[in-house]
Structure formats: structure tokens, C-alpha cells
Ligand binder design. Structure first.
Ligand SMILES: NC(=O)c1ccc[n+]([C@@H]2O[C@H](COP(=O)([O-])OP(=O)(O)OC[C@H]3O[C@@H](n4cnc5c(N)ncnc54)[C@H](O)[C@@H]3O)[C@@H](O)[C@H]2O)c1
Length: 360
């Protein structure tokens, strides 16, 4: 299916979680497309942060506020009058959710209720997309990819709060939007990698920190399998779903977004790939630290996204790691990372045109 970022030219888009890793890349994409973007979220969750390094603030209208604060969110909403809302704000780290379950549920569940309340009360929104995760499913540790109609019941507080966020969205859709006034979707994406992720307890940021410090990379679960993909993959899919359903509500639905099976790697193999791209004698060690339960095997079946939109992933894992290393080295060398992002986005869009004769 044809999809062009130019759809977003002049569109008013509200992005929650805009100061985060995915939010910063998303704002960059939207700003390059010529959208009028307002972001609503807390301050960047890490120091350093992609948001600050790439100076995303200059390209959008940034509002710093808590998603749990309905009145403040409503105010930002009314001021911008968005036509499209992309909801990313969340406490997204599994291990942190064990330490702060109440905060995780408040942010991830009540945050979703609050944003949907704003959508319900507005007359401007035509398209809403809730960004959840591959971890929303009841994990059966089996070798097949989960499908969208399978049971939602994440294990740990993060995963489970995202299952709840899905259910909240389903209820709002059924209760308040059956008239078709707003197209409502959720997107369940796999683990993303890319330049500018500084989160703790995520494997690729851990690799980059170790590489820069000249230390061995410590891998906690080398045999766990995850659907890794470059951050631009799900972001392009989110933009595609939000645009298509804006034009035709029949595209609204619940969608998995993940890599092809060949790119569902074990974490150890992913780190091997990182080491080969980084070079300079880097190595990793297997050091299980007895942390809390995390799923071992997780794959998504993305047939629905492919069948409905003719979508397919553009960058395989090799390219995704290459682009991540390129970004990290550019940052290390003091280059302008905003330029690097812009270049990588253009490459991503061009590859698409060349390889599939479609635009994003
Ligand atoms: N990174 C991944 O691999 C991945 C995979 C699947 C889904 N996701 C989802 O994508 C979204 C973005 O993830 P990310 O990796 O960019 O995370 P991130 O931690 O980099 O960004 C999270 C964003 O949410 C904001 N936020 C957190 N608590 C908030 C609160 N109480 N009020 C307002 N804003 C708040 C932060 O300020 C930040 O802007 C999340 O919803 C996450 O669950 C991420």
C-alpha cells in the first residue's frame, strides 16, 4: 500500500512521551514531514538524552507535564487542538516496574485513561494510536509468534500495565467511539534499537556504554530471544496506521509490529553482531545477576500488518546495528547527531523506495 510521509504536512499532531528515545525520533520524523507537533511528557528520562542532544525542542512545541495530571494534559490538548494523537508516554523498563509497580500502573494505565478522556472530550481528534508492546501477551514461552487475537496478560508490572492499557483502549473504543468519530488503534511493537537510547537495563545501550568505557559487555540473559528492530521501523508503521485510519476508519485495529523471523535473535547473537560492527577488540561476558523474571522467548506474528497494509520491514538486524553503531560513534566524535538522524531517516525512506517501489 502506498504511504507517504507528506500526509503529515501541516497536520496537528500531539505526541506523548516526546522527550523519550522513541518520542524524539518520532518528533524528528514528523518535523521533517512538516507536521505541527506538540509534545507532552515529563523531562527526558535519561542524562544524556537524545531529546537534548538532537535539540528536538527547537523543532516542536514541547510541553513538560505529567500524563497522570488530567487537567494539565487537557490544557495542552485544548491549546493545540490535535487531529492526530500518538500516545507513547510510559514507564517502559521491566526491572523498574518491579521496583515501582504503583508508579508504573499509574503512568501506564491511568495515563492511557487520561489521554483517552481528552480524546473523548475533544471534537478535533480524528486518529488515535496507543503504542503498547510485544510484552502485552500471556507469554507461553513457545516458538510461534503471538497474534493480535491472543490473550493479553503480561507477567511483570510493566508488561501487565501495558496489557491493561490495551484493555482500556478497547473499552473506550467500544464505549465512546462506535460512532466512528475517532479512529482508534493500538500497536504492539518489539524491542527497538537505534542511536540515542541511553536507558539502563537495555542491551544495546549497555553495549555502547561498555564499548565507550573500554570494558567487557555484561550480558544477563544471552539465550533470551526478542524481536529486535530499528526504531524507525515501528515509528514508520505507527505513522502509517495513524494516517491510513485518519483517511478511512476501516484501517483502525490492533496491530503487531515486529521484524521477520530471521531477525528474531538471541540476545547473545545480537551482542556478537554489535561487537563485530564496533570492532576494537570488544568482547562480552555471560553474567546472570539473579534479577526478576523476564520472558525468555518472545516473537510476534505480523501477518495482519502485512496483509492489511502491504507493510514489510525495511532494515534487517544487521543494518539496524550498523546504524546504531554509526550514530554512537558520531556522537562520541562530537558530530551533530541531529544531522545523523536526518541522514539516517532519509536513507530509511530511500531504501524503501528503491527496494519496494513504495514510499513510507
Ligand atoms: N524501547 C523499546 O524497545 C520499546 C518496545 C516496545 C514498546 N515501547 C513503548 O514505546 C514507548 C516509548 O518508549 P521509549 O523506549 O521511548 O521510552 P523512554 O523511557 O525513552 O521514554 C518514555 C517517555 O515517557 C515519558 N513519561 C514517563 N513517565 C511519564 C509521566 N508520568 N508523565 C508524562 N510522561 C511520562 C518520559 O518523559 C519519556 O518522554 C513506551 O510506551 C514503551 O512502552 C518501547
Amino acid at each position: 500500500m502506498n504511504f507517504d510521509l507528506s500526509f503529515y504536512r501541516g497536520k496537528k499532531v500531539l505526541v506523548t512521551g516526546h522527550t523519550g528515545f522513541k518520542g524524539s525520533w518520532l518528533c524528528k520524523l514528523l518535523s521533517m514531514a512538516g507536521a505541527e507537533v506538540t509534545g507532552y511528557s515529563l523531562l527526558p528520562p535519561t542524562e544524556p538524552s537524545l531529546f537534548k542532544l538532537a535539540n528536538i525542542e527547537q523543532e516542536i512545541n514541547s510541553v513538560i507535564g505529567d500524563i497522570r495530571d488530567l487537567a494539565a494534559l487537557q490544557q495542552a490538548f485544548e491549546k493545540q487542538q490535535p487531529e492526530i494523537v500518538l500516545h507513547l508516554a510510559a514507564q517502559p523498563i521491566v526491572r523498574d516496574s518491579y521496583k515501582e509497580p504503583v508508579y508504573t500502573y499509574e503512568t501506564n494505565v491511568m495515563g492511557t485513561v487520561n489521554i483517552l478522556e481528552c480524546v473523548r472530550k475533544s471534537s478535533c481528534v480524528k486518529s488515535f494510536l496507543n503504542v503498547t508492546t510485544d510484552k502485552v501477551y500471556l507469554n507461553k514461552e513457545w516458538h510461534w509468534g503471538y497474534r493480535e487475537n491472543e490473550e493479553l496478560d503480561g507477567f511483570d508490572p510493566y508488561s501487565n500495565s501495558k496489557s491493561c492499557s490495551e484493555l482500556v483502549t478497547h473499552s473506550y473504543k467500544n464505549s465512546f467511539f462506535v460512532d466512528g468519530r475517532v479512529a482508534i488503534s493500538t500497536a504492539r511493537a518489539g524491542n527497538v534499537i537505534g542511536g540515542g537510547d541511553f536507558a539502563h537495563d537495555r542491551i544495546v545501550p549497555d553495549c555502547i556504554r561498555a564499548a565507550i568505557a573500554g570494558q567487557d559487555i555484561v550480558v544477563r540473559n544471552p539465550f533470551s530471544t526478542r524481536p529486535y528492530q530499528h526504531v524507525l521501523e515501528p515509528l514508520a508503521a505507527y505513522l502509517m496506521i495513524a494516517a491510513r485510519q485518519y483517511e478511512d476508519i476501516k484501517f483502525a485495529g490492533y496491530y503487531n509490529v515486529g521484524p521477520d523471523d530471521v531477525d528474531c535473535f538471541q540476545t547473545g547473537a545480537l551482542v556478537d553482531l554489535f561487537v563485530s560492527k564496533w570492532g576494537a577488540g570488544l568482547k562480552w561476558i555471560d553474567e546472570y545477576d539473579g534479577g526478576p523474571h523476564e520472558a525468555n522467548f518472545l516473537k510476534l506474528d505480523c501477518s495482519k500488518l502485512k496483509a492489511v497494509f502491504g507493510w514489510k520491514p525495511r532494515w534487517n538486524l544487521d543494518t539496524a546495528i550498523e546504524k546504531t553503531v554509526e550514530w554512537a560513534k558520531a556522537w562520541q566524535n562530537g558530530e551533530d547527531v541531529n544531522d545523523v538522524m536526518e541522514r539516517q531517516i532519509k536513507e530509511f525512506l530511500c531504501v524503501n523506495k528503491k527496494e519496494t517501489n513504495r514510499s513510507v
